[in-house]
Design a protein around this ligand. Structure first.
Ligand code: SME
Length: 150
């Protein structure tokens, strides 16, 4: 992991210590991610409520998908399969629910403790094939820190 990613993890751990409200930690996490990566065009956190993912803090254009069922979209797939999903080209995935016409690739990483999913980080990029294993690794580390809040 590079210095930049280590710095981001430190910032998020500090947020967890300093903010008493979970909502503020989630908001801060979205802001930190959006500020550090120019190819993260839309960053949002969905929280699982029953059978639906409900959009919490986000940065980017408003999304039409403020509620997503577990059997729907890339978001639903990541939560129900309990694994991170990278979509290099959203046009070639029939599960994809469009948020913005500019979006070309997407990554979704579940926030989970052992086997229980609490939500997920969803990031869209206007660049094709924007997300690498390094993004996935960083976001999985962040999600394991956030999972402690649930
Ligand atoms: N693309 C997601 C929907 C959420 S928007 O990208 C914000 C999906 O396919 O589940």
């Amino acid at each position: 992991m590079k210095m930049k990613e280590k710095k981001i993890l430190t910032q998020i751990k500090e947020l967890v210590k300093s903010e008493s409200k979970r909502e503020d930690v989630l908001k801060g996490t979205v802001r930190i991610l959006k500020d550090h990566y120019d190819y993260y065009s839309w960053v949002g956190i969905y929280l699982l409520e029953g059978e639906e993912l409900v959009l919490g803090p986000f940065s980017g254009k408003p999304s039409p998908h403020s509620r997503i069922r577990l059997n729907s979209g890339i978001c639903g797939a990541a939560a129900s399969q309990k694994k991170s999903i990278i979509i290099p080209d959203v046009k070639s995935d029939p599960r994809y629910l469009a948020c913005s016409l500019e979006t070309k690739s997407e990554i979704v990483v579940p926030i989970m403790t052992r086997e229980e999913v609490w939500g997920e980080i969803d990031i869209d990029s206007d660049r094709l094939d924007a997300f690498t294993e390094e993004d996935k690794h960083l976001l999985e580390e962040i999600c394991s820190i956030l999972a402690e809040l649930f």
